[in-house]
Each structure stands twice: as structure tokens, then as C-alpha cells.
Design a binder for this molecule. Structure first.
Ligand SMILES: Cc1cc2nc3c(=O)[nH]c(=O)nc-3n(C[C@H](O)[C@H](O)[C@H](O)COP(=O)(O)OP(=O)(O)OC[C@H]3O[C@@H](n4cnc5c(N)ncnc54)[C@H](O)[C@@H]3O)c2cc1C
Length: 409
């Protein structure tokens, strides 16, 4: 049999794997191959609401998002393709007094970082989002340069850029094993039975990230948590595509225009987390909700209806659900997987993998190539959690709570 080899193997053709392939290929002439067992962008990446929310209270996260915006500008020019990018702006509106402090903190962090942000009143919110009932809005932040994008197009954009730089891509072939000898990665075994030798392997397998490495190498503190949203019927006069997306922390909700309809995302007070050891290889085979999200919507809509009383008159056309891989501290997991030299992970996306993809790809590349990292990589270190039981109920609860308590977009 022909012996295959590469300098770097990337496992997973979602946003994190493809962004890493692109960022690596810009920085090195090493031979890089990427394996995806389904189709590119077919798993969590295909289900995203696609918000590219810039403002975060942690500067490192804003740097990661800024890098994604830079990649989008670069790829749009390179490929002569907008990638479905729409600079709609965003509005974060709150009603509860205790939410003012958090919004003030966000404003300070965003403006110190150099982002455009301004306070607007209820009338201004209403003029930008005419469908919204704003009488309870007591504070609102407008960020004109926020945008959303088509996540599958972005993922394919990264990959096209990577391929132009020489990255080899194989789809419909999975990695069944990561191989090592004496604490050094040596390559992977494929679902075809072939062995591919490589001194560096990057695990970017999303919801399956632990399945790839546990118990052989390590355990990561992340599990898939159900993320979901509903899309209304199309009424372009009410929901034009360039309307700002809205973040409503007091309703644990967000909205975004979508080709004439309105995407409505609502986080339940108790999110559903999964044991990934029991998962099929394709999320099309996961039953995220037996009733297409109806019972969840009716149980959690009470806080949202204050902002949109007419929701009960709106026809819901689609329900979209998928896995976001949360961590107990809501920070990503990016870095080397000690003690095995050459093994790296990029995951634990915490529902922000579209917005952070370019930044995570750059961070992963800089770590792998031994360059100085543009953000503090210790914040994302896989070893910051100890004594991890990846398939335990305790970890599922911690990760579900991280999503339930999320306030941003
Ligand atoms: C409903 C929903 C809404 C969201 N909204 C937003 C949003 O508005 N903004 C935002 O920033 N983020 C959002 N996200 C999060 C975002 O979608 C994810 O962070 C991102 O897609 C994660 O990318 P990934 O590459 O880690 O995972 P995936 O896209 O799942 O990719 C992992 C890939 O690895 C492959 N794979 C697994 N095992 C193997 C193997 N053994 N061999 C080969 N390949 C393998 C899988 O087939 C898969 O294609 C949302 C997510 C969901 C579900």
C-alpha cells in the first residue's frame, strides 16, 4: 500500500477546521491535509444563526472576532464573493435595572477596543426595528458595524482560500484513530483503512472532539448543548434583510432578519446537554426536539413576548437546532494536548464559532508554528480544567448552565 504522509493533518471540515487550514496555509509552506467524514460545513456550521457580534467584555474575544472580520474582507476580495455578509448593525436592548451594569461594561469594553457604539433611546430602537414593542426598553446600545454572514459560505470560503494555498482536502473519509508513539503523534488511521503519517494532528471535530481523543489521550471539558432558533414566515416589509439584529438579554433572546422572515433565538432557563459518546456521526440523525421546538418555544416565550407581543400572530415556518459545544467557563478550547507532542485541539465553541472562526484559526496556527500568539493563549488552554469526566452528568450540567446564563449574541 502507498504510504501517505503530510506535515499537518486537520480533522474536521467545519468552521474551525477550515479556518485553521486557511490561516495555516497563509503562514507556512508545510504540506497540510484536511479530512472530513461528512460534507464540508454540514454539521454545527450549517445550523448557525450567523451573528458576528463584535462586542464582548473580554478583549481577547474581541480580537478573535476582529480577526474573523479581517478574514472575511480578505476572502471576499480573493474570491470575489460577498459570502452572504450583511452589515446590518446590532441593537442590544435591556429593561431590567440589573442589566444596565452589564450593558455599561459592554459599552466601555467595546469603545476601549475601538468599536463604534452609541446609546439610543426607545424611539430610535423603534425606528430601526418597527416590529418591536419598546415601552419596557430602558437602555439600548447600537453598534453600526456589526454584521451577519452565511456560515456555510464562510466555511467554504476559508477552504477555497486554503486549497488555493495548496491544502489537500478529502471529504466523505473519516479519521478513525489518532496514532502516537512514545508521547509523540505519528499520524492517523482513516475509515478507508489507510494510515497517513504526520507529526502534527489538529482535532477540530466539534461535538465529536472528545470521541477522537478520549480515553486514549485526554479529556476535554466540553459537551454539545442544544442551540436553536425559529424562523418566521417571510414578511419583507416588516423584516427587511438590512434591519439590525437584536440582542435582548432580559428575554435570553436574539432576533435577526432572514430573507424576509425573522430568526428568533431563545435560550431556555435549563438548556439540554448531550452525552456525545452516544451520538451518531451525522447530526441529521439526532432528534433535537420531538415536536420541532414547539413545547420549548411555548415554555420560554413569556419573556420575549414583552418585546414582540405579535409573536402569537406570526406563522413559524422553520425550526433549526444543532449542537454548540459549551465549556463550564464559556471560553473556547484551543491549544496543545499535553503530554502528547504534536496533538492539538480547536473546539468548545460556546455558540460563537462563526464570529470567532478566523481568530481561532489564527491562534491555532500561531501555536502550532511556535509563533507569538496574537491573544493570550492561556485563556483557552485545554489544560485549564482538571479531573475532567467528559461523559458525566456533572459536566453536562455545567455546560448547559453556561449556555442558559449566556447574555450576549
Ligand atoms: C443553532 C445554532 C446557532 C448558532 N448561532 C451562532 C451565531 O449566531 N454566531 C456564532 O458565532 N456561532 C453560532 N453557532 C455556533 C457555530 O455554529 C459553531 O461554533 C461552529 O459551527 C463550530 O464549528 P466546528 O468546526 O467546531 O464544528 P462542526 O461544524 O460541527 O464541524 C466539525 C466537523 O468535524 C467532522 N468530524 C467529526 N468527527 C470526524 C472524524 N472522526 N473524521 C473526520 N471528520 C470528523 C464533522 O463531520 C464536522 O463536519 C450556532 C450554533 C448552532 C447549533
Amino acid at each position: 500500500m502507498l504510504i501517505k504522509s503530510a506535515d499537518i493533518i486537520i480533522i474536521g471540515g467545519g468552521l474551525l477546521g477550515c479556518a485553521t487550514a486557511y490561516q495555516l496555509s497563509k503562514r507556512t509552506s508545510c504540506s497540510i491535509v484536511l479530512y472530513e467524514r461528512n460534507d464540508i460545513a454540514s454539521q454545527a456550521t450549517s445550523r448557525a444563526a450567523c451573528l458576528l457580534t463584535r462586542a464582548r467584555t473580554k478583549p481577547a474575544l474581541m480580537s478573535l472576532v476582529q480577526e474573523t472580520y479581517d478574514c472575511i474582507a480578505e476572502l471576499s476580495q480573493l474570491l470575489n464573493d460577498s459570502l452572504g455578509y450583511t452589515e446590518s448593525g446590532s441593537i442590544t436592548a435591556v429593561s431590567e435595572l440589573q442589566s444596565h451594569v452589564a450593558l455599561d461594561d459592554l459599552y466601555v469594553a467595546a469603545t476601549v477596543f475601538g468599536l463604534q457604539a452609541s446609546w439610543i433611546d426607545g424611539h430610535q430602537v423603534k425606528s430601526k426595528l418597527p416590529w418591536m414593542e419598546t415601552s419596557s426598553v430602558t437602555k439600548a446600545l447600537y453598534m453600526p458595524t456589526d454584521a451577519y454572514i452565511d456560515s456555510a459560505m464562510l466555511c467554504n470560503g476559508y477552504l477555497t482560500g486554503a486549497k488555493q494555498n495548496g491544502v489537500g482536502v478529502t471529504t466523505r473519509v473519516g479519521v478513525t484513530n489518532i496514532l502516537s508513539h512514545a508521547n509523540q503523534v505519528t499520524g492517523v488511521e482513516l475509515s478507508t483503512g489507510e494510515i497517513v503519517h504526520a507529526p502534527i494532528v489538529i482535532n477540530a471535530t466539534g461535538a465529536w472532539i472528545n470521541r477522537m481523543i478520549y480515553p486514549q489521550f485526554a479529556a476535554l471539558a466540553t459537551v454539545p448543548v442544544r442551540s436553536h432558533f425559529w424562523i418566521s414566515e417571510s414578511i419583507p416589509t416588516i423584516f427587511p434583510i438590512n434591519q439590525p439584529f437584536a440582542i435582548l438579554p432580559d428575554a435570553r433572546a436574539f432576533t435577526r432578519p432572514d430573507v424576509g422572515g425573522l430568526i428568533i433565538g431563545i435560550r431556555e432557563p435549563e438548556c439540554v446537554a448531550y452525552d456525545p459518546s452516544q451520538w451518531p456521526d451525522d447530526i441529521d440523525d439526532v432528534d433535537f426536539s420531538p415536536d420541532n421546538g414547539w413545547s420549548t418555544l411555548s415554555q420560554s416565550v413569556n419573556l420575549f413576548e414583552k418585546y414582540f407581543p405579535s409573536i402569537h400572530d406570526l406563522r413559524i415556518a422553520h425550526y433549526v437546532a444543532g449542537p454548540s459545544c459549551y465549556t463550564p467557563d464559556s471560553m473556547f478550547i484551543v491549544g496543545p494536548l499535553e503530554p502528547t507532542a504534536g496533538l492539538y485541539v480547536a473546539g468548545g465553541c460556546c455558540g460563537g464559532g462563526v464570529a470567532m472562526s478566523g481568530g481561532i484559526g489564527r491562534m491555532m496556527s500561531e501555536i502550532v508554528l511556535g509563533e507569538t500568539c496574537f491573544v493570550d493563549q492561556s485563556l483557552f488552554s485545554p489544560s485549564r480544567f482538571v479531573d475532567v469526566h467528559p461523559y458525566s452528568a456533572t459536566l453536562r450540567k455545567q455546560c448547559a448552565d453556561a449556555r442558559s446564563n449566556k447574555k450576549g449574541g
